[in-house]
Design a protein around this ligand. Structure first.
Ligand code: 3PG
Length: 392
């Protein structure tokens, strides 16, 4: 971005890929962290006189416009935060997008409608993505990749477009990569990873690749029940991915000292804030009940490990923190990270949202990443197409 600004951007159309994929309750944004994280790059470009065209996705529409996935609430919030109006095009690269971009004056900002309304954005066919990227490129003179949360996706507005325009890394992408490199480089020991979230199938690859590099993995969230089942415990009606049990068993056998599982859990008779609940030892989960949070003994144990850590990476809530009876596990583990003097990184939309929604101090963490999948794939050592295309 510095290079682009040094070249001069006044009057130039600059396409910025941002990650504005925020959680919504109807049309209300429940956590605007990603919008706020996109501001520095957009502000610098607008103040330098660029005609800024923002491309972003929201959710996972199926390649056609769907009102509930419109970026309209995001355009409004972005305009408020930028302190300048943001024109929203009614389509991705169609007549409305062309007219909106043509109507921009120097220093003005426009947002294209959800790029995933065009089926070519996420197409498996590279030629289709390439064709859409060509249409994005026709709307701009330069491209800035600033959507760190989406750089692990080989999609038209992330990857192919960067091959068609002079392409630059935005400030957010640079900052995120710099911090995460500290974790893949020579992290201060002990290096502790707290992993939660619902699906163990999404996390096994990262667990497998992190195990040789870290000193401990603290497991929570819905994914812990498949691990508990692999230990031979009954998990009642808790989330269970039976086909993953064997892999969990193998990982536990290979690294018994590194993988820590909950000692106790909060169980409920329904997935509801009004459900009846009990806190029980992990070995005592009742038939017909589901585990929705880790319990206080677990929080204490995990907190002790975190207190002694040199580096902590946290991805994924420990329980269903959105419902008050199941928020304490996430709050407790997050608080332990805040209280520790470790270099700490929060990875992911959900965990970052949890920090803010639970009222924890954002400055209690060394870095809050805007990328969930992207930060995990970075730590796994995978190629991030949206980053490597800039380096190439
Ligand atoms: C995210 O929420 O992790 C990013 O915005 C990417 O979204 P996706 O997983 O739908 O590609």
């Amino acid at each position: 971005l510095d290079d682009l600004l040094a070249e001069g951007v006044t009057g130039r159309r600059v396409l910025v890929r941002a990650d504005l994929n925020v959680p919504l309750d109807g049309e209300t944004i429940t956590d605007d962290g990603r919008v706020r994280a996109s501001l520095p790059t957009l502000t610098r470009l607008a103040e330098a006189g660029a005609r800024v065209v923002v491309a972003a996705h929201l959710g996972r529409p199926k390649g056609a416009p769907e009102a509930k996935f419109s970026l309209a609430p995001v355009a409004a919030r972005l305009g408020e935060l930028l302190g300048r109006p943001v024109a929203l095009a009614a389509d991705v690269v169609g007549e409305s997008a062309k007219a909106t971009v043509a109507g921009l004056a120097d220093g003005e900002v426009a947002l294209l409608e959800n790029v995933r309304f065009d089926p070519r954005e996420t197409s498996k066919d590279a030629a289709e993505r390439d064709a859409l990227a060509g249409e994005f490129a026709a709307l701009a003179d330069a491209f800035v990749s600033d959507g760190f949360g989406v750089v692990h996706r080989k999609q038209a507005s992330v990857y192919e477009v960067a091959t068609k325009l002079p392409a630059y890394a935005g400030g957010l992408v640079l900052a995120e990569v710099e911090v995460l490199r500290k974790l893949t480089g020579d992290p201060a020991r002990p290096y502790v990873v707290a992993l939660g979230g619902s699906k163990v199938s999404d996390k096994l690859a990262v667990i497998e690749s992190l195990l040789p590099k870290v000193d401990a993995i603290l497991v929570g969230g819905g994914m812990c029940f498949t691990f508990l089942a692999a230990e031979g415990l009954g998990v009642g009606d808790s989330l269970l991915e039976a086909e993953m049990i064997d892999t969990c068993k193998r990982l536990l056998a290979e690294h018994p000292e590194k993988i820590l599982l909950p000692a106790d859990v909060v169980i409920a008779d329904a997935f509801s804030a009004e459900a009846n609940t009990h806190t029980v030892l992990a070995a005592n989960i009742r038939e017909g009940w589901k585990g929705l949070d880790v319990g206080p003994i677990t929080v204490e144990r995990y907190s002790e490990v975190i207190a002694g850590a040199g580096t902590v990476f946290w991805n994924g809530p420990m329980g269903v923190f959105e419902l008050a009876p199941f928020a304490e596990g996430t709050r407790g583990v997050a608080q332990a990270i805040v209280d520790s003097s470790a270099f700490s990184v929060v990875g992911g939309g959900d965990s970052a949202a949890a920090v803010r929604l639970l009222g924890l101090p954002e400055d209690g963490f060394s870095h809050i990443s805007t990328g969930g999948g992207a930060s995990l794939e970075f730590l796994e050592g995978k190629d991030l197409p949206g980053v490597s295309v800039l380096e190439g």
